[in-house]
Design a protein around this ligand. Sequence first.
Ligand SMILES: [Zn+2]
Length: 71
Amino acid sequence: MTHTTVGSTVYYCPMHRSIRSDGPGYCPDCGMALQPKGARFGLLRHIFSNPMHVAVMIALMVAIMAVAMVW
Ligand SMILES: [Zn+2]
Protein backbone atom coordinates (compact mmCIF):
# COMPACT_ATOMS: atom_id res chain seq x y z
CA MET A 1 0.00 0.00 0.00
CA THR A 2 1.57 3.24 -1.11
CA HIS A 3 -1.52 5.32 -0.49
CA THR A 4 -0.64 8.56 1.28
CA THR A 5 -2.47 11.72 2.21
CA VAL A 6 0.66 13.87 2.31
CA GLY A 7 0.31 16.75 -0.11
CA SER A 8 -3.47 16.77 -0.03
CA THR A 9 -3.81 18.34 3.41
CA VAL A 10 -5.72 21.60 3.37
CA TYR A 11 -4.82 24.25 5.92
CA TYR A 12 -7.35 26.82 7.00
CA CYS A 13 -7.69 29.71 9.44
CA PRO A 14 -9.59 28.79 12.63
CA MET A 15 -11.32 32.17 12.49
CA HIS A 16 -11.85 32.45 8.76
CA ARG A 17 -13.04 29.23 7.16
CA SER A 18 -12.81 30.84 3.74
CA ILE A 19 -9.03 31.25 4.10
CA ARG A 20 -7.43 28.07 2.81
CA SER A 21 -3.95 27.06 1.83
CA ASP A 22 -2.24 23.96 0.48
CA GLY A 23 0.48 24.26 3.14
CA PRO A 24 1.25 25.72 6.56
CA GLY A 25 1.14 29.48 6.81
CA TYR A 26 -0.59 32.43 8.39
CA CYS A 27 -3.96 33.98 7.77
CA PRO A 28 -3.63 37.24 5.79
CA ASP A 29 -6.63 38.63 7.68
CA CYS A 30 -5.85 37.93 11.36
CA GLY A 31 -2.30 36.55 11.29
CA MET A 32 -3.23 33.32 13.05
CA ALA A 33 -1.35 30.15 12.16
CA LEU A 34 -3.29 28.06 9.68
CA GLN A 35 -4.34 24.66 10.95
CA PRO A 36 -4.52 21.44 8.96
CA LYS A 37 -8.03 20.27 8.22
CA GLY A 38 -9.24 17.86 10.89
CA ALA A 39 -6.99 19.24 13.63
CA ARG A 40 -10.06 20.34 15.53
CA PHE A 41 -10.93 16.70 16.17
CA GLY A 42 -7.37 15.65 16.88
CA LEU A 43 -7.90 15.73 20.64
CA LEU A 44 -11.13 13.75 20.35
CA ARG A 45 -9.39 11.17 18.20
CA HIS A 46 -6.55 11.05 20.73
CA ILE A 47 -9.00 10.45 23.59
CA PHE A 48 -10.76 7.59 21.81
CA SER A 49 -7.46 6.03 20.78
CA ASN A 50 -6.86 5.11 24.42
CA PRO A 51 -9.53 3.05 26.28
CA MET A 52 -8.30 4.52 29.56
CA HIS A 53 -9.15 8.02 28.36
CA VAL A 54 -12.66 6.90 27.39
CA ALA A 55 -13.16 5.31 30.83
CA VAL A 56 -12.05 8.50 32.57
CA MET A 57 -14.33 10.60 30.37
CA ILE A 58 -17.35 8.35 31.05
CA ALA A 59 -16.63 8.38 34.80
CA LEU A 60 -16.47 12.18 34.65
CA MET A 61 -19.78 12.40 32.77
CA VAL A 62 -21.49 10.02 35.24
CA ALA A 63 -20.17 12.08 38.15
CA ILE A 64 -21.47 15.32 36.59
CA MET A 65 -24.87 13.72 35.89
CA ALA A 66 -25.07 12.39 39.46
CA VAL A 67 -24.37 15.86 40.84
CA ALA A 68 -26.97 17.37 38.50
CA MET A 69 -29.58 14.84 39.67
CA VAL A 70 -28.89 15.50 43.36
CA TRP A 71 -29.39 19.18 42.84
ZN1 LIG B 1 -8.02 34.55 9.93
